[in-house]
Design a protein around this ligand. Structure first.
Ligand SMILES: *Cc1c(COP(=O)(O)O)cnc(C)c1O
Length: 377
């Protein structure tokens, strides 16, 4: 994402005025700050933001303005990005596999929590100051997420208990962390993980300093609006039931649930045929995630004059702009049948894993950002 321009009233008005041929991401800081306020008020613990979901400077600045004080970072570049604007923010380095140079960079940046999921990587951390927080990353087989985050990182319950004991032996502060999988459709994955976390701590005979319940908070897809407060309540209830008086402090690290709703992507229709449309962006750009998590029901269409297209729906195959035949959305898009060349498709809820994943392949794909509404300091 490149330039941020401030203070426009609505996406449709801006499009009518500028008729851009390149993708545009409309950013609404007011929505981001309101979402951050819901997390800060409702989550029963510390809220950190998973930077990878959207590292745009405007996003980080508005989260800081809203009162977010911690960030989940996975690389030295993400640490530098946060440190540049927030010298005091807590950095949780929750990528459990690191080179020794990356560990040194984490120490330099003042990381205060490190995750680990295998013995070799824990030994690499042996030079950390005594008392450093080391969070063992637990994995389970749990359904209910759009895709599984346990496939790559995490230790099963047995290894997690071993690692916890070793963390204590090394003189570190022991915590547990997990990620229930992105876009969870209920609180069930958290409940299962919290139950297992309590069992692992008990097996290890270790009292946890903190429990990090990960990201996974859902974006709105389909008609159902995610019940964020319901998930917070379920997490609090499950922790109380499983840990009782020995309950650890809680941390969460939302990515998608924090930023999805604050951005709307506008793409232009380059060409229309009976069964097919060509868009000015696709899977190599801001729709990179569409194969895993589509949001076809959140697309609307406006003409360059700002008229909302409202004809009955017709499904059309949607190609992206590059010369690669893979550059097509996996399912035909249900769009108003009267859609025309030059129209704009508005994709709501595109703040997460969209701009962050866009490539410049074939000279396409990078969206400019336009900020709408008051910035809501
Ligand atoms: C990606 C990631 C997150 C954010 O996940 P969402 O599903 O976007 O909320 C949080 N924690 C870790 C360790 C991650 O890798």
């Amino acid at each position: 994402m490149s330039r941020i321009e401030a203070f426009h009233s609505s996406a449709a008005a801006w499009l009518t005025e500028h008729t851009p041929e390149r993708p545009v991401m409309f950013f609404e800081p007011g929505i981001l700050q309101a979402t951050a306020a819901r997390f800060l008020k409702g989550f029963p613990g510390m809220v950190t933001y998973a930077v990878k979901a959207n590292p745009a400077p405007g996003v980080l600045d508005n989260l800081l303005a809203a009162g977010v004080t911690g960030f989940d970072v996975a690389s030295p570049d993400e640490m530098a990005l946060v440190r540049d604007r927030a010298p005091e923010a807590a950095l949780h380095y929750h990528n459990p596999v690191r080179t020794r140079a990356e560990i040194a960079a984490g120490l330099d940046a003042g990381v205060t929590s490190w995750s680990v999921d295998r013995h070799g990587e824990l030994e690499k951390l042996s030079g950390l100051p005594k008392g450093s927080e080391v969070a063992v990353r637990l994995k389970l087989e749990v359904a209910g997420a759009a895709y599984d985050f346990g496939a790559k990182f995490g230790a099963g319950p047995e290894r997690a208990a071993d690692l916890l004991r070793r963390v204590v032996k090394m003189g570190f502060t022991p915590s547990l962390t997990f990620h229930p999988g992105t876009q969870c459709d209920s609180a069930m994955p958290w409940r299962r993980y919290i139950q297992a976390a309590a069992e692992v701590a008990q097996t290890a005979g270790v009292s946890l300093h903190r429990l990090n319940v990960g990201g996974g908070f859902a974006a709105r897809r389909g008609a159902a609006v995610p019940d964020l407060e319901g998930v917070f309540a379920a997490i609090a209830e499950e922790v109380a039931a499983r840990f009782g008086a020995d309950a650890p402090a809680l941390v969460c690290e939302p990515g998608r649930g924090m930023v999805a709703e604050c951005m709307t992507l506008a793409l232009q229709v380059k060409a229309v045929e009976e069964e097919v449309i060509f868009l000015n962006d696709g899977l190599y750009g801001s729709l990179a995630e569409w194969r895993d998590i589509a949001a076809s029901d959140r697309v609307s269409v406006v003409s360059p004059e700002g008229l909302q297209r409202e004809a009955a729906v017709r499904r059309r195959v949607a190609f992206g702009p590059t010369c690669d035949s893979l550059d097509v959305l996996p399912e035909p898009l249900p769009l108003p049948a009267d859609l025309a060349e030059g129209d704009y498709l508005l994709f709501a809820g595109m703040g997460a894993y969209s701009g962050a994943l866009a490539t410049g392949f074939n000279g396409y794909g990078m969206a400019r950002t336009v900020t709408l509404g008051p910035t809501g300091q």
